[in-house]
Design a protein around this ligand. Structure first.
Ligand SMILES: *[C@@H]1O[C@H](CO)[C@@H](O)[C@H](O)[C@H]1NC(C)=O
Length: 511
């Protein structure tokens, strides 16, 4: 008896020790499997994606003569244009690994500029506290890279056709097999062979994207890179209108200028500006930058990439000449999020015209406080709102509820769509919920998975871009209205339709 008890107790100590360490190991395992930050997923389309930061000399112009109190410099002088390009890229040689090369760091450089910018945005001016912002950014973002090959040559017409015909993500595999079978050894050879006859049909439409308040050009890399992977050249503008956290203008003649976030109190002007004036000036600035982006594409398409200098420090430029004769200059779409959506809708005013040869617009969560929305739109428009943006209604510049104003505007457009992605939040189209999913879910209360939300946004955006090309309405775009009055109508009347990835769309306006 004694013996048995002693044996048992010895065993139980052993057991506690065993279970204890298993418990600890289990939690270490769980935490290592679900870290705070996640890598960005692969793009959704069949093409490889090239990524390139470009800053080029623009046509100097003064948008408004207000000056900065801090420096006395002109606050709204446009001199250079900075964009991040996402574009379908030539394939790596068949021998190389199939994994998408991870290329550009997600955080822009210099990081301290962005950290300090965000600190200033929330009125923190004490340098050691500003450093905490930089550190937090580094902690959350330093491991993240934007998938894609930096400075890869743009895809040739021949290769584009092959991939388009194979139709899906297996395209790459088929091409590689084809290349092997034909023993071309090098895909470039295959491209050369098809170049003459295929280029005509393989031109890329392009999309100019404008970011939201406090956003940056790379905050939307997954959304934009995915659109590029479906066969579009995308330029995300890094706006210098004082809406972002911070950006540096690099002058062609040498020297640089830091542009911080600007508020009314930072500016001197006579007569003094009010909030609406500032919004109008910033939107005019953005419109000028969109024009500059279209001009840049015209120059690239005309073959001037050869002579172009990339003013972005440490950014290459060898891909630029490859854009010669690759762009469809009559297929320019403007897209934007939040403040950028207001800007995109503004840019559609009187389009298409010479300086704005735009064929359509995509507005994600058009701003609620970014100034009144332009209603003078004669070309196709797609407005997608997050669940959060639609549910939370506020009065909009004495024009009624925001939802109603948007619905009226889109309803007045001949080819207009207005829909809401249920369960998503305002930042759902950005990279943030992909990089820090736990934090963003807690902060925004989304019920829809972040990856699914982005897939849906990308799918409907690409369907809209295809519609502009082919005139065919696919997926949700092809259906009818399911919920005319949205949050303003009866709950029972709010119908939903399932998107391609299982999420629910509430459709408010269709053409
Ligand atoms: C260029 O875009 C327009 C408008 O989408 C389209 O009608 C035309 O076929 C395109 N041209 C080429 C060569 O891709």
């Amino acid at each position: 008896m004694m013996f048995r008890v002693r044996r048992f107790s010895r065993l139980s100590w052993k057991r506690i020790f065993l279970f204890g360490s298993a418990f600890v190991l289990f939690w270490i395992f769980v935490f290592s499997l679900t870290p705070i930050t996640s890598p960005l997923p692969a793009y959704t389309g069949p093409h490889q994606v090239g990524v390139l930061d470009v800053e080029v000399e623009g046509q100097k112009r003064l948008i408004h003569d207000a000056v900065l109190k801090e420096t006395g410099d002109k606050a709204f002088e446009l001199s250079t244009l900075a964009v991040t390009l996402y574009y379908p890229a030539a394939l790596p040689p068949p021998s190389s690994s199939r994994r998408q090369p991870e290329a550009r760091p997600w955080l822009p450089q210099p990081l301290s500029l962005i950290g300090t910018g965000y600190a200033r945005l929330v009125h923190v001016y004490f340098p050691p506290f500003q450093k905490v912002f930089t550190f937090a950014l580094w902690l959350l973002g330093s491991k993240t890279t934007i998938p894609g090959q930096v400075d890869a040559p743009i895809l040739s017409g021949a290769a584009k056709l092959l991939i388009d015909e194979s139709g899906d993500v297996d395209g790459l595999e088929k091409i590689l097999k084809y290349a092997e079978k034909e023993s071309l050894g090098d895909v470039q050879q295959m491209e050369l062979r098809g170049e003459e006859d295929a280029d005509e049909v393989g031109l890329f439409p392009f999309v100019v994207f404008t970011h939201g308040m406090a956003g940056m050009s790379q905050s939307y890399s997954h959304y934009l890179g995915s659109i590029a992977s479906h066969g579009y050249v995308v330029a995300a503008v890094e706006h210098r209108d004082g809406s972002g956290p911070g950006t540096i203008v690099h002058y062609p003649e040498g020297g640089e200028k830091k542009v911080w976030h600007m508020e009314l109190g930072d500016l001197d002007s006579s007569p003094p500006l009010n909030e609406l004036d500032l919004k109008a000036i910033q939107l005019a600035f953005r419109e000028a930058e969109i024009q500059e982006t279209i001009r840049l594409f015209k120059l690239l398409n005309a073959g001037h990439g050869d002579l172009m200098r990339n003013l972005k420090p440490d950014s290459p430029r060898t891909a630029l000449p490859s854009f010669k004769n690759r762009l469809n200059m009559s297929a320019v779409t403007v897209a934007g999020h939040s403040y950028g959506a207001t800007g995109a809708m503004q840019a559609l005013k009187n389009a298409p015209r010479d300086t704005m040869p735009i064929n359509g617009g995509i507005a994600l969560d058009p701003g609620k406080e970014s100034g009144p929305l332009n209603a003078d739109i004669d070309i196709p428009l797609l407005v997608m709102q997050s669940g959060q943006w639609t549910e939370k209604q506020t009065q909009f510049y004495d024009q009624g509820w925001h939802f109603d104003v948007v619905r009226r505007i889109v309803g007045g457009v001949k080819e207009g769509w207005f829909m809401t992605l249920a369960g998503s939040a305002h930042p759902s189209c950005t990279d943030a919920p992909l990089i820090v999913p736990w934090i963003m879910r807690l902060a925004t209360g989304t019920t829809l998975d972040a990856k699914v939300a982005l897939k849906e946004y990308i799918d409907v955006s690409v369907a809209f871009l295809e519609y502009l090309r082919e005139g065919e309405k696919a997926g949700v775009l092809g259906g009818g209205v399911t919920s005319e009055k949205g949050p303003l109508g009866d709950k029972e009347e709010r119908g939903k339709v399932e998107g391609r990835f299982g999420a629910e769309w509430e459709v408010h306006v269709v053409p």
